[in-house]
Ligand binder design. Structure first.
Ligand code: ZN
Length: 582
């Protein structure tokens, strides 16, 4: 058996102490910490936060050898238990690593628990040591009889259970015959916990019905671990829980008027979308997963070309489930789709990288964005969700009578145990009577051309209109404005008027035609639309003047609005009604 005792060594200094006991060590025992956490595709080198090592057998101190950046080896007597003790510095508020201060603790075992090579299949137990007064523990890891003890069947299961420690709010509800626990750390007094539980329950019930009709889901307990902060957003999926981070102000508040009539604030809608997204992953990526993820290699990148399916299709369903659960209506749902369509259209990198390539390159591109990212790549989340939308609309065409729902359930039944390949998706699409659609899907996934969405939406009873664009977007600039550093250029979009004029990321924009600006849109007061102008800027302390000639907008890049067509034809309505319920 492998046992970890985890103690709060120094909360103010953000330090845990971990004591690992290997009951039957190998004569040459190798230990290592993962370099990444499944679900977040980037090598993060968790081992760099370990220090203060002690290797012991009985009262004998052993000398270990470090093999590489994340592995250690020690010669041990197999007849006696090996105890390895070390400190872990934990001061990252994200959901991917570990955190500790005098208010709360959080950790993923990928950050704290060394893997004992060759003994991964043994039972792994965790004991949380003495905690500050009033602190509790939340995790989906099954509890042991002893206080604050937990047990996993093997190392893979161990590292799939994050822990929250502290004086958090806790609530509970039942959905699909399963108890769901919801923990919120850091909320203001007056949070409307009942509302949060009721809305989350509707999402969970909808998704369990989606995958299993009236059957029980493949987990007996589920835990939401939400940490709210002044400014933050993110989530990480696990098979029986999720760790979330969100803005404190986005939680529903008791007596909040905007919520009383069923309308959600934008912030709360974002939070519910995040909850829906991570919960959908309980099936799509945690159980139905890329065939390449059958056995994780914790020591290096694990590549797959399928994140457009696992993240993109999950992104399509996260908001759709809010609609189906009655939390938003169809017009609001269409606004969310329009935002995604416009975001993809405003990303020149969509013409340089396919979503299959974006998936494979996630480790060095999506997770390591820089000022040039919008020019060199596309998000497999956003474009992947549009591929799901397009595929859904094509499957729902009159006379076809299928849907993406049916495709997902078919893949679940066929591939949840074996792992999913792109050929499985192609075969399932072809089986639904659509061989031509299977080859179209291949082109959307591996090609870089814009998707034929406008036609598909119009044929589905959706009105496509033109939206207004900010001036910075028209010029091809992504800016940071309003802060003490003035108007800062974050990104210059390839092929834009700003790019042609020679504007660079990092420039501070000072004046337009001799007039000082605090926001670029200020200049709309005195400039003629489309007219050329002089742009004064500061670049690495030197003042420069550039001539900008706006010119015509790039085709297909102007933003759109989406709404329900007032008078759809019978065919369009027959498609729209089961899709949007409107
Ligand atoms: Zn996701």
């Amino acid at each position: 058996m492998i046992h970890y005792r985890i103690d709060v060594a120094d909360a103010a200094a953000h330090v845990y102490r971990v004591t690992l006991t290997v009951a039957q060590p190998a004569a040459e025992t190798t230990l290592s910490l993962p370099v990444w956490i499944p679900g977040s595709y980037m090598v993060r080198e968790f081992g760099r936060h370990l220090s203060g090592w002690e290797f012991r057998q009985g009262d004998r101190s052993l000398v270990a050898r470090q093999l590489d950046k994340t592995s250690w080896q020690v010669q041990a007597d197999p007849a006696e238990a090996l105890a390895v003790s070390y400190e872990v510095y934990a001061f990252d508020t994200s959901v991917r690593t570990a955190y500790l201060d005098d208010c709360r603790g959080f950790f993923n075992p990928t950050s704290l628990c060394l893997r004992v090579h060759g003994q991964e299949a043994l039972t792994h137990t965790v004991q949380i040591g003495d905690l500050p007064a009033g602190w509790r523990v939340a995790t989906a890891m099954p509890p042991l009889r002893q206080p604050l003890g937990f047990e996993s069947q093997d190392y893979d299961e161990l590292v799939d259970h994050p822990f929250e420690l502290g004086t958090f709010w806790r609530g509970e509800f039942e959905a699909g015959g399963v108890t769901h626990e919801f923990v919120v750390a850091g909320a203001w007094p007056g949070m409307d916990g009942e509302r949060l539980l009721a809305d989350t329950r509707r999402i969970c019930a909808e998704q369990i019905r989606f995958w299993h009709d009236d059957q029980l889901p493949p987990f007996s307990r589920y835990v939401f671990l939400l940490n709210v902060v002044e400014e933050g957003y993110g989530g990480l999926e696990h098979r029986a829980s999720t760790a979330l981070i969100a803005n404190r102000r986005d939680l529903p508040r008791i007596g909040q008027e905007a919520l009383a009539d069923g309308k959600l604030t934008d912030g709360y809608l974002t939070l519910l979308g995040l909850i829906s997204h991570e919960y959908f992953h309980t099936w799509n990526v945690k159980r139905l997963k890329p065939v390449e993820f059958g056995r994780f290699d914790y020591s290096r990148e694990n590549y797959t070309e399928l994140l457009w399916f696992f993240e993109g299709f999950t992104s399509y369903y996260d908001d759709l489930m809010l609609l189906r659960a009655g939390l938003i209506d169809a017009p609001r749902y269409l606004k969310l789709i329009a935002r995604t369509v416009n975001g993809v259209a405003a990303t020149p990198g969509r013409l340089r990288q396919s979503v299959a390539q974006a998936s494979f390159d996630a480790w060095v591109k999506y997770y390591r964005p820089d000022e040039n990212s919008p020019n060199s790549g596309i998000s497999y989340y956003t474009k992947g969700s549009l591929i799901a939308l397009l595929l859904d609309l094509q499957l729902r065409r009159p006379g076809k009578g299928a849907s993406l729902d049916e495709l997902m359930r078919r893949l679940w039944r066929r591939c949840a145990d074996t792992g999913l390949s792109e050929a499985d998706v192609q075969a399932a699409v072809a089986d639904l009577g659509e061989p031509a659609l299977a080859s179209a899907l291949h082109a959307w996934v591996h090609g870089r051309a814009d998707l034929p969405l406008r036609e598909a939406l119009t044929a589905s009873g959706v009105q496509v209109g033109e939206d207004t664009e900010s001036w910075s977007a028209t010029l091809g600039l992504r800016l940071s404005e309003g802060g003490p550093n003035g108007v800062q250029v974050k990104t210059v979009l390839a092929g834009s008027a700003a790019a042609r004029a020679g504007v660079s990321a990092g420039d501070e924009l000072l004046a337009v035609d001799g007039w000082r600006i605090r926001r670029l849109d200020d200049a709309r007061q005195w400039l003629q639309p489309g007219a050329a102008f002089e742009l004064l800027l500061s670049r690495q302390q030197r003042i420069r003047s550039l001539r900008v000639e706006p010119g015509a907008a790039a085709p297909g890049s102007s933003p759109i609005t989406l709404s329900l067509a007032k008078e759809p034809g019978a065919g369009a309505l027959a498609l729209r009604q089961p899709w949007l319920g409107a």
